[in-house]
Write a protein that binds this ligand. Structure first.
Ligand code: ATP
Length: 352
């Protein structure tokens, strides 16, 4: 598939896109009513009709309660789903709406509802309609934020959330092809004006894409870059696995402490920087109680650890830790030549 390819997706191409999903018992299709997800629903329905046996398809629309038109759009998705012979449900986000970070909160709530819906109908997968254009925008957003290798890998075509597979079968398909598919099928779709609302970062970056394409950085090139970075990221993850095994092996004679991860500082210090960072990120994510730590903060912590390790045991006074810090709900300390990572004690509330 090419960027200048404005041709509709053929039944054959769709068979290839959905090939890995044939054996699933049931699938949830996440359909907002916009062109990409309406095309996903239409393509999946046609694919399913062509199979003798295959997954049961369920369409789910989330109404975030943020735009008055959303309820009407959800009804329109239901109408089309019914026409295609697919069951449809609209789920409402009833939680508090934050003043800042609204898109992220809405996305989080949406995935939670979609995963719950999948579980309720016995579906193994939730399918979203992310396109090649979305992938290019994601890479660009993360580049501008200065993300690390993992972030620059952008979206994976398959990931997992709470035991449900999140699949993005259209991740390498240009949006133009999806619109052409709907046009050919004479299927309408909703136009969400927030997609162009320059109050949000993503629409502002989307507006830059044509200029980047004119310089040779089209969606295809950006997506290829993300795929290369994802490949390198996967390799570093394997190295981090190996480093964890290496450190455990050196600790054969050290009695493990429940709920604490600890490494021999001198063995840790000689590992490559990127691997050391991942070991800290992993331990903090596993033992902290505030979710993943920000990469920048782990980098700062690592520099402090490196300095403390280089200063050697002489810096330690009376066996007290030479370094003690909390990050993302984890307590990281360096004492007796070892790095310890444990859950941080609960913070005392003011006045308590
Ligand atoms: N209201 C919704 N109801 C059901 N599915 C939705 C809804 N909004 C988005 N989706 C699904 O998510 C896909 C991506 O949508 P969009 O690009 O708007 O998401 P986003 O907010 O950028 O978040 P992310 O890309 O992380 O999912 C859509 O193609 C669709 O499959």
């Amino acid at each position: 598939m090419s960027d200048d390819d404005n041709s509709p997706i053929s039944a054959r191409e769709a068979r290839r896109l959905f090939a890995g999903l044939k054996a699933a018992p049931a699938l949830v299709l996440a359909v907002s009513g916009g062109p990409d997800s309406v095309a996903l629903m239409w393509l999946a329905a046609r694919w399913r009709r062509s199979l003798v046996r295959g997954p049961q398809l369920n369409v789910v629309t989330v109404d975030h309660g943020l735009r008055p038109e959303a309820a009407r759009e959800a009804r329109e998705v239901k109408r089309l789903a019914t026409e295609l012979g697919l069951p449809h449900r609209t789920l409402r986000w009833r939680g508090a709406k934050p003043k800042t970070g609204l898109p992220a909160a809405a996305r989080e709530a949406r995935y939670l509802l979609l995963v719950q819906a999948a579980r309720a109908v016995g579906a193994s997968h939730v399918l979203t309609a992310h396109t090649r254009d979305d992938q290019a925008e994601t890479l660009l957003m993360r580049m501008l934020r200065g993300s690390g290798l993992a972030g620059l890998s952008a979206m994976a075509s398959v990931s997992e959330r709470d035991g449900i597979v999140l699949a993005r079968p259209l991740l390498d398909v240009p949006k133009a092809q999806l619109i052409a598919t709907l046009k050919r099928a004479k299927v309408g779709f909703a136009d969400d004006p927030t997609n162009r609302d320059t109050a949000f970062t993503r629409p502002r970056l989307r507006a830059l894409l044509p200029q980047l394409a004119a310089e040779g950085g089209d969606a295809r090139t950006l997506v290829r870059l993300a795929a290369r970075l994802a490949r390198a990221n996967a390799a570093v993850e394997v190295l981090a696995d190996g480093a964890e095994r290496f450190l455990r092996l050196r600790d054969r004679d050290v009695a493990p402490q429940a709920g604490v991860r600890s490494f021999e500082a001198s063995a840790f210090a000689v590992l490559p920087e990127e691997v050391r960072l991942r070991l800290l990120l992993r331990a903090i994510a596993a033992l902290g109680h505030e979710g993943p730590a920000e990469l920048g903060k782990v980098e700062t912590l690592m520099s402090a650890l490196d300095r403390a390790i280089a200063a050697g045991p002489r810096a330690a006074a009376n066996g007290r830790p030479v370094l003690k810090q909390t990050l993302a709900g984890a307590l990281i300390s360096l004492a007796g030549g070892r790095i310890h990572i444990a859950p941080a004690p609960a913070r005392r509330r003011k006045g308590a």
